[in-house]
Design a protein around this ligand. Sequence first.
Ligand SMILES: [Zn+2]
Length: 282
Amino acid sequence: MKKEKNNKILKFEELSWKQLDKLDRKKTIFFLPISPMEEHGPHLPVGTDFLAIKDATIEAIKILKQKKPELNYILLPAVPIGFCKFNTDFPGSVSVSGKTVRNVVYSTGSALADHGFQYMVICTFHMALIHLKGIYSAMKKLESKKSMKICEPWSPYFYHKNVEKNEPKLGFDTTKELHAGFRETSLMKYLYPYLVDESYKDLQNIYRDMSSPRNLGKTFKDFGLKDGYVGSPSRADVDYGRWYFSETVKTLIDGTINLYEGKKQIELPKNIKRTMTALFWH
Ligand SMILES: [Zn+2]
């Protein structure tokens, strides 16, 4: 019974202003999960990124509570938004502009900072650069204008290709698994097996290189992706899903501890930062 109580996660929406006000500003970290509703092939739910990052954040907080019980961890309500214009030619994708992402992250952070809170961890599973541009520009403003200490751990891990470097060897090229393919289908088979449509087993492997700048503004259907996935969902494997999830959780934990201890965060690779800066707001 006692253990259960210790495991309880403090949810922002369940606290009163009095309870929030009692929290030690120097020892309280807020977590903001944010990822859009977005089509993920014919076999995965539109909340794939949203559900996965929300669960990873909750798991990270549970472990952090054991590792550093002297701190308070507050879970903000997960925000179901992001930029995903490139696949809005399917029902279920809801895209907002990078500026909207920026405003939501900034407004949330500054509301906390205005009452003396300093620490915030942004948790996203959605790696579109315009989405990240919104997050990173809000983070910069919160650091400079509100003296916040803030980080977003997953995209640097992802763009340094640490998934490829660290994942169990599989015997096929996983670098082409871009969207709702092997990785995400495995992840959902692990987290939400009842939300994965059995048809995933019959989906054929589809690969596209969409990274070239001249492809900017093109949608999935422009690329002939009529089912909305890129990769090989039929290879999905629960054990890989478990590994992928725990890797995400670990990355969020490491980022949070580094943030609190004032250590340098792993940054996005230079080329990604450059591209992000060059991209127009949408
Ligand atoms: Zn996704």
